[in-house]
Design a binder for this molecule. Structure first.
Ligand SMILES: CSc1ccc(CNCCO)cc1
Length: 424
């Protein structure tokens, strides 16, 4: 039953743009079926109406009406002026959502996301990589001997492609792979968000490790634009270009274990996580999403407070942490060894693995053991490769996909940027 009190309350909330769930009646919890006994309490889930924009003049206008005071013309004009400004602001807002698809259903080497480039649109599947800031693609400029099944972008077939004359790029990744080439600008769309005149770096050379990955047709760098390698003028990432048109200057990663996840742009989908998001400061120099984890625990063991500075890197498969952390973890696994022969921690596939928990401020994220049992060395091998490896040779701690897919991660590009972590 909706009472007058409820209606007044709901109207007041609506006036300030906070929709409300009118409880069945005051005195019962909103969770009840409306027939519960009175508990003297009610809970209203207040959600901001999508697309609502505050109009202060309207609030004053309503107060004039409420107390019967004639409304001056300037105030009526002010309400209209702010509504017009809000409408204009909303009209250019875009949000988007796109799939993050594991390139191999057996284990998560990398995730690719469909994008379209040019006019008419050419669809490629690119690796969205928060650990770098170049948007580059296999192209009609890539020697055929280096193309093995990848889709290519052909700027000569796009009426909106423009060569960025005199500009080149060359990138070398932490795993020794690399690519180089020239640069066009063109329309670039992912998940319904379009950037016109996005710098698209066309590969003229790619290393064998890219040639051998037929499912990856290039990368979309989502690090900070300071890392972009285009010379002589560095280019902006897709996110930096899209930011001003997004409802909110954020993108989120909801990567999943051996199945399709999503990247969202411009909004935070509350259905994709549980509990609260914990936001941490980001160190943007030199250009990675660098944050400090507050410690770790192995399985159900004690939490070890520590400051672990590392980067959130969707473009790296595994997670690389300080030697004392990974030694502590693998010390709990029967038969685990740090093998020079296999190039990292391996263990008998039959061994039971503990989970791994890392601190994010006062909260924490737990990586299930199954994510750390990364893959057999080779098909049918009794030896398995760990998803948690030492960073001692890297010089940087990397929270790669093994960690990221255990969480819902918000890459907040506001000023200052922050990174948000939530369980899911
Ligand atoms: C050969 S497949 C491949 C995919 C992504 C990358 C870039 N990611 C590392 C730094 O984020 C390198 C190689």
């Amino acid at each position: 039953m909706v009472t007058l009190a409820n209606l007044v309350l709901a109207t007041a909330l609506a006036a300030v743009g906070l929709a409300s769930v009118i409880p069945p009646k005051i005195g019962t919890t909103a969770l009840g079926n409306g027939h519960g006994t009175s508990s003297g309490r009610a809970s209203l889930k207040q959600v901001r109406r999508p697309g609502y924009r505050f109009n202060g003049a309207r609030d004053i206008y309503k107060t004039y009406l409420k107390y019967g005071v004639p409304v001056p013309d300037y105030l009526k004009n002010a309400v209209a002026n702010i509504d017009a400004l809000n409408a204009a602001a909303l009209s250019k807002r875009e949000n988007g959502s796109a799939a993050a698809i594991p390139i191999d259903p057996r284990f998560d080497i990398a995730y690719v996301t469909p994008v379209t480039i040019g006019t008419p649109p050419q669809t490629l599947y690119l690796d969205f990589d928060t650990g770098s800031s170049d948007l580059w693609v296999f192209s009609s400029h890539t020697p055929e001997s280096q193309v093995r099944g990848q889709r290519i972008y052909s700027p000569e077939k796009s009426s909106t492609a423009k060569l960025l004359a005199g500009h080149t790029w060359s990138i070398l990744y932490g795993d020794g792979s690399g690519s180089l080439g020239n640069v066009y600008t063109d329309n670039f769309t992912v998940g319904g968000v379009t950037v016109t005149s996005q710098a698209v770096q066309t590969a003229q050379q790619v290393s064998y490790s890219f040639t051998s990955q037929s499912e990856i047709h290039g990368l979309v760098g989502l690090g900070f634009s300071t890392l972009n390698t285009v010379f002589p003028n560095g280019q902006l990432t897709f996110f930096d270009n899209a930011k001003s048109t997004l409802d909110s200057p954020v993108f989120t990663a909801d990567l999943k274990w051996k199945k399709e996840g999503t990247y969202d742009f411009g909004f935070i989908d509350e259905t994709k996580y549980t509990g609260e998001i914990t936001y941490l400061p980001v160190q943007t120099d030199p250009g990675y999403w660098t944050f400090t984890s507050s410690g770790y625990a192995v399985g159900d063991g004690a939490f070890h407070p520590a400051s672990i500075v590392g980067i959130a890197d969707t473009g790296t498969s595994l997670t690389y942490l300080p030697a004392e952390v990974v030694t502590s973890y693998w010390g709990q696994v029967d038969g685990a060894v740090d093998s020079d022969y296999y190039g990292g921690y391996v263990f008998p596939c039959s061994s039971k693995l503990p989970s791994f928990t890392f601190g994010v401020g006062p909260a924490n994220i737990t990586i299930p053991a199954s994510y750390i049992n990364y893959a057999q060395i080779t098909e049918g091998s009794p030896v398995c490769f760990g998803g948690l490896q030492s960073s001692s040779w890297l010089g940087v701690n990397i929270w790669g996909d093994v960690a990221l897919k255990a969480a819902f991660v918000v890459f907040n590009g506001a000023n200052p940027p922050t990174i948000g972590w939530a369980k899911k």
